[in-house]
Design a protein around this ligand. Sequence first.
Ligand code: FAD
Length: 301
Amino acid sequence: MNEPTPAASRAAKQPAISFEFFPPKTEEMEKSLWETINRLAPLTPSFVSVTYGAGGSTRERTHSTIARILKETELLPAAHLTCVGAARGEIDDIVARYHEIGVRHIVALRGDPPGGIGTPFFTHPDGYQTSSELVAAIKKRFPDVEVSVSAYPEKHPESPSFDADIDTLRAKVDAGATRAITQVFFDNDLYFRFLDRVRARGIEIPIVPGIMPMHNFKQARAFVTRAGTTVPEWLAEKFNGLDDDAETRKLVAATVAAGQVQKLNKHGVDTFHFYTMNRADLVFAICHLLGIRPASVQKAA
Ligand code: FAD
């Protein structure tokens, strides 16, 4: 659970972690993803998730990445799935295919508007219209599949209010979701305020913070801002003057993200989901600072 716990019981406990990857587009990207997976796997995450994009080829790549993780590693994969651009029957088939190969965890999402963030949202006329409909359909057909969903500490940009946003979360939980993973955030107070609102509404599932180390600050800032995440001025200032200095940027990014997770951990948060951007180095270092060691090191100790 992501609730503050007494310091004594926390001290002995290692945080639980999960990693998110995106499906590679090229052979070179695939090679780099597998180096990342092999580097991070010994940290024994609870699960690793693979995102789902628009368009058939991207979707096929999610499936093949998940299938390879199942075949070649001990990791438990979670497949992301959205309601966008497909009829219910097609989505049901995707879920059934995942189930058949052994996937038992789906991250169920509404998805972004087909025209991109900021354009009007619509789904396929015969498609699932909301994320909670998708969650309910998965749980009805496959009760043994665990379903995670999204949550937005700064509220979703399309949402008129926090209350409306939490209504959506409530509907997803009522439909059978048992974990929410948050959109990336950089101000921990936003997360704790959101957690208070969620708990006040009687929602008890874990709300796992989504942590994104900023490998390339400028690129990442543009990306997360579009998705509704505030990038505080103090954070921009830390990367100021480093546009041509990738090495220092990397050290700063690791320090910032490590500071964020350590502060969350100090306040009792014991589960973290890392947006790895398919890179291992910063995430590995941050996990190390959280006290997480590769399985072989744990055994030897
Ligand atoms: P929901 O939780 O269903 O809705 C979010 C909010 O939007 C609601 O609170 C509601 O207030 C508002 N809303 C929803 N529908 C409407 C509507 N029709 N009109 C007005 N307001 C509405 N995207 C991908 O394409 N692929 C991925 O793999 C992926 N993975 C993600 C993983 C995580 C952990 C997160 C946080 C996001 C991910 N996304 C992904 C992004 C996500 O698809 C977008 O943020 C999308 O815009 C909302 O999907 P959702 O399931 O979060 O929406």
